[in-house]
Design a binder for this molecule. Structure first.
Ligand code: SAH
Length: 241
């Protein structure tokens, strides 16, 4: 997933990076140029991956893009104060493999790599929507890779991880929660905390960011999200009475 990319060439090159590593789903979130996947520069840079480029989905928000995704990695060139747990790209790719097969059917859409805009990177709000944060340990004096090259590095790590797991048995029993389920839970929890006067909407400070950080460390399961929503629901019901 490319969030608000500016340069059509990068979108095409990202499609190529994905295809060379055996992936085919590219989602572009709110590109700076509306029909970026049809730009000549994008098509030229995609080269033989023009099919991946042509079938790329364009959506308005990262929330839309993450609908149904069970595990997402935010790629950042800078470190962040809040946000999900930070992992090395290799460890993040290996962890991601555990979640393939958890989407509808066994679509690779169950996991996502999320990249930011060329100039400003990902917003903190977008990073906080993801399950993990990863940074390519580049030259500390110049650590910002070209967007499509960062896509290449992560797609390669994911390919290696998937190849390594080809004969491994999938983790049984775990039903992880999807991004939209988790976002729904945060909305519900926030309402309950406001109703309890624990969270002041006029001065929310970093409470929700801290709770996001706490829960993203735990790797929420579907049933656990239901329990937390159940608690929020009962708090709201009790206060209304
Ligand atoms: N100036 C921006 C960097 C943008 S580079 C910033 O400070 O955030 C465009 C995108 O490529 C980034 O949002 C990130 O997703 C990816 N990227 C570039 N270098 C990276 C690195 N060293 N590690 C992880 N992702 C990187």
């Amino acid at each position: 997933m490319l969030v608000e990319p500016s340069h059509p060439g990068n979108v095409g090159a990202a499609a190529r990076a994905l295809k060379t590593m055996g992936f085919s789903r590219l989602i572009v979130v709110a590109p700076k140029i509306a029909f970026v996947t049809r730009e000549p520069e994008a098509i030229a840079m995609a080269s033989g991956a023009d099919d991946v480029l042509a079938s790329a989905q364009v959506v308005e928000t990262l929330a839309d893009a993450l609908n149904g995704v069970h595990w997402s990695i935010a790629l950042t060139a800078r470190s962040r104060e809040y946000g999900p747990p930070q992992m090395a790209p290799r460890a993040a790719a290996e962890k991601a493999c555990e979640f393939t097969g958890q989407g509808q059917g066994s679509s690779p859409g169950a996991i996502a790599l999320v990249f930011g805009n060329e100039r400003v990177g990902l917003s903190n709000a977008d990073v906080e929507r993801c399950s993990a944060l990863a940074h390519i340990p580049a030259n500390p004096a110049y650590s910002s890779l070209n967007l499509a090259q960062a896509v290449q590095v992560l797609a390669y790590e994911l390919r290696l991880a998937l190849l390594g797991r080809a004969d491994a048995t999938p983790v049984a029993g775990l039903v992880s929660a999807s991004s939209d389920e988790i976002e729904g839970m945060y909305t519900h929890l926030e309402q309950a905390l406001v109703a309890l006067d624990f969270l002041d909407p006029a001065n929310p400070k970093k409470l929700m960011s801290r709770l996001r950080r706490l829960f993203s460390r735990s790797g929420l399961e579907h049933e656990e999200v239901n329990i937390l929503r159940g608690i929020a629901k009962h708090v709201l019901l009790k206060i209304k009475r």
